[in-house]
Write a protein that binds this ligand. Sequence first.
Ligand code: KIV
Length: 291
Amino acid sequence: MSSIENKSIKRVTVRDLQRMKGSGEKIVALTASDFSFARLFDRSGVDLILVGDSLAMVSLGHENTLSITLDEMLHHCKAVARGSCKSFLVGDMPFLSYQINVADAVKNAGRFLSEAGMNGVKLEGGLMIVNTVEAIVRAGIPVMGHIGLMPQYVNQIGGYIVQGNDISKANSLLEDALALEKAGCFALVLESIPQQLGHYITDKLSIPTIGIGSGVYCDGQVLVGYDLLGLFEEFKPKFVKRYGNLSSQIIKAVEQYSREVKDSSFPTKNYSHMMSPDEFKSFLDAKNDQL
Ligand code: KIV
């Protein structure tokens, strides 16, 4: 249980997400990688927080998502879990934590729930990981699928480019989606596919689709938290809308702090601990006695 968990607040469940698809209520998802952001997103009413392996890039400065380890992901998941009491929490399984063999995949997936306070895991891949998804689901672990642009396959794909934009690729994405639903996924991320295909797949599935760069007809949307807030400036995919510009606010604040430290206008007495004048005088007198 998270350290700030309030027993009267009910956490979003897979049933709530399913019900939202049924009623047409959109699912709001966002990625987070630490306690403070998770706490703010949770308080803002985000339905699902994903501890995405994109944190390798936006929080840790790696070139892509491939080098983050399982232990590093679990470390960030634990921090997010401590900050959240309401959102459904999904931990992203990193590169090679589920591709080597099914037994290791189940064991590694289980750690996200048993050690890191997550409610489910996310895996990238379609038909080729169906057996793994089935085994993880059999162990009682909710699985969110992820197809379309799969950043862990960036070297095979040859870049972060739109997927499914010809007939044969669109067909295989539909097959992937149906196979993942059959394997027991509770939801499916559709990344960077044409809006029409996102719409078509969403209508064909009974589980919710969460789109990122896949148009408005998905059952929900996810963005990387740092992108939405304007905190990650290395590059900006077409689908990223910046709802804030925290980078410039942070730079402005730190520059002001820096000026005030340099010219000694910070800290004023309001920000300092003061001894009473009498106490300080006694301290000085005692010091003088010792001389
Ligand atoms: O790692 C991540 O942030 C993700 C989302 C972009 C879906 O997988």
